[in-house]
Design a protein around this ligand. Structure first.
Ligand SMILES: NC(=O)c1ccc[n+]([C@@H]2O[C@H](COP(=O)([O-])OP(=O)(O)OC[C@H]3O[C@@H](n4cnc5c(N)ncnc54)[C@H](O)[C@@H]3O)[C@@H](O)[C@H]2O)c1
Length: 306
């Protein structure tokens, strides 16, 4: 149990992560530009692209009390950094790049210089650089593991890859544990019976771009909690996806039929997600709680959704 700063806690992933971390007994301070109404979490409106604000927020009070207690509170035990533009085309590309790289640089720098030795950072499976287009660019091998080549071609993903390198540099220089999560498409509990999961299951040829994988927002919180529990791994990159493939065929059969030219480099679990989470299970002891088959109801292909 610790004092954990979450950035981007007002967003889709952040809210679930905060909920899981509170359940695990942590105390949370949320840094975000957007408000979040929560009875036990203070949100400090902080622009992470501004280094002064980041240093200040990581070394200041955690709640508004009158009067403030003597001295400063103890420094945070860890930072879980989710904040940023979560895709392209929210703002022009140069602003996506500026804000997302500057924000992550500022968090790494301030946390490391203030003596915080555990940082968990949101990257994205988009760094693998595989797009929606069929045929033009492909994975080189299956399963897609963390040492697979990365070649992102859009600004959001290029910024994520830059952030991974920034994190690696700070981890090496300061001896910190910085765990990067290459997050799959985040599915909130209410989305299992909406269009996207219907399409995952019934139109799998469309979902090369997601590596036929997803991450339940609550399980993403469980991954952050597992990262907070596990010390001493230095810099690590983890695919943050759930256990199983997002369609109905056994994985190797699905991949051999659809992508006969791409080698399968090891024996895979029967329904293992091609964009696999094997590493985070092995090194952080992560255990999935929210497999999609427990929640999905749109088994009938003729059913009209949305
Ligand atoms: N949603 C997905 O499917 C997905 C997939 C892969 C990776 N990710 C990554 O996970 C993280 C969280 O994604 P999300 O879906 O919760 O996004 P979101 O847009 O719901 O939340 C992002 C939060 O960051 C805040 N923010 C943005 N810029 C900020 C800044 N400069 N300073 C302070 N706060 C700022 C926003 O106000 C927002 O509350 C992001 O880093 C995103 O790139 C998301």
């Amino acid at each position: 149990m610790g004092r954990i700063v979450v950035t981007g806690g007002s967003g889709k992933a952040g809210q679930s992560i905060i909920s899981e971390l509170l359940d695990a007994g942590h105390t949370i301070l949320n840094l975000d530009l957007a408000p979040m109404a929560h009875p036990s979490v203070h949100t400090l409106k902080t622009d992470l692209a501004d280094s002064g604000q980041v240093f200040n927020a990581l070394s200041g009070q955690w709640a508004l009390t009158e009067p403030f207690p003597e001295g400063l509170p103890p420094r945070p035990d860890a930072v879980v950094h989710m904040a940023g533009y979560a895709r392209n085309m929210i703002v022009p590309d140069n602003e996506t790049f500026r804000a997302n790289t500057q924000g992550t640089y500022n968090i790494c720098e301030a946390a490391c210089k203030l003596g915080i030795r555990k940082i968990i950072i949101a990257s994205s499976i988009t760094v693998y650089g595989v797009s929606f287009a069929q045929g033009d660019n492909n994975y080189q091998s299956f399963p897609i593991e963390e040492d697979h080549d990365v070649c992102p071609t859009d600004t959001y993903a290029i910024a994520k890859l830059c952030n991974e390198r920034v994190a690696r540099g700070f981890a090496a220089r300061f001896g910190a544990d910085i765990y990067v999560l290459r997050i799959g498409h985040v599915i909130a509990p209410e989305e299992y019976n909406e269009e996207i999961f219907y399409s995952y299951v019934h139109e799998p040829a469309e979902w090369k771009v997601h590596g036929w994988a997803y991450i339940d927002s609550r399980d993403l919180g469980g991954m952050c909690e597992a990262g907070l529990r596990t010390d001493g791994l230095g810099f690590q990159i983890f695919n943050a996806t759930n256990d199983t493939i997002t369609n109905l065929k056994p994985t190797e059969q699905f991949l051999r039929e659809g992508y006969p030219d791409i080698p399968i480099t090891r024996k895979m679990e029967e329904f293992e997600a091609p964009l696999t989470n094997a590493k985070i299970k092995r090194l952080l002891g992560f255990e999935e709680k929210h497999g999609w088959r427990k929640y999905f109801n749109l088994w009938d292909k003729k059913r009209v959704v949305m």
